[in-house]
Design a protein around this ligand. Sequence first.
Ligand code: GLU
Length: 370
Amino acid sequence: MENSFRKKLLSGVKRIVIKIGSCVLAPHRDGLPERGLDMEAIGSLVRYIVELRRQGYEIILVSSGSILAGMMKLGLKEKPADLPLKQAVAAVGQMGLMGAYEKLFGEYGQQVGQVLLTWDDLENRHRYLNARHTIFKLLYYRVIPIINENDTVAVEEIKFGDNDNLSALVTRLVEADILIILSHVEGLYDEDPGHNKDAGLISDVERITPNIKQLVSSSQGKFSAGGMATKLAAAAFATALGIPAIVANGRREGILARIMAGDEVGTLFRPLPERIGRHKLWISQALRPRGEIVVDQGAKKALVASGRSLLPSGICGVGGKFDIGDAVSCLGPQGEEFARGLVNYDTREVEKIIGRKTRKIYWVINPMMK
Ligand code: GLU
């Protein structure tokens, strides 16, 4: 069914980031892929993506699947927990993944280019601009960039962690007009559809409120790093930039055509009318926290309500190793992360001023994101 709000929203869209999850690329039964990459399903998506290209849209793909494809090739049944093996599996799988895309897009004469990123590439201004220039050059030559995390070198410190987060950061990097996240679920439900078959799909989310966040668990798939919680965080990032996001089932035939026609499929997250400052967004999503500051309930309340600087009197503890100007996580009394900020002091200095009355720690918070 066509939805006039969606149609209007989509009418100005030119550049689209499409994130394709591992479960879209291979059918699963009982959490295990039944066979390797599903060329038929990928072929169908490719056909619709080419169609969108021909209609004049610019497409940037963020595709998972390197670990899944590598596991299939190496005959592994479980995702390796061991980091070097996971990286080796990704090295094998990324080839198969790109081989599949190159073959299928090639059938339509559509060129594709591989871009592998780590967090460092987007955190460092110089590398950020390099990545951006490369992607824009690919678009200029009508090539579809296919982005994945560089899993083969990504150790804990430089990892995005999941491709939902990566796709949100790419949306900003390339200044896209919409983020489409394709998964094996229909979208956001009002209850867990795994436990309640009467759970209803929410087709329109005006704002990601704490109530909306409560609807999702942080459970992950067997091959993917993310779940609905990471999709929600990605949507929160995009919508705060004024960019709509849609989460939909990528295994439904013709889903992309339906989304772009304004059909009421999946869940639409509306762009926020008031944009959160880019600086705050950047701190909350793109910078890696180098440590934690634990605050008491009163300080938490004050930070969330006013977004002001943090006073040392509200600090109960400090962890990690950070320098002046680094991003840190702000934890509440139960250890829950509720904000991130930049510090004016290094770890040792903060340890010294804990509980003191006078000095202030510069704190830029974005409670909405966390
Ligand atoms: N980069 C991982 C892969 O290609 C997937 C990460 C994710 O599932 O979000 O397998």
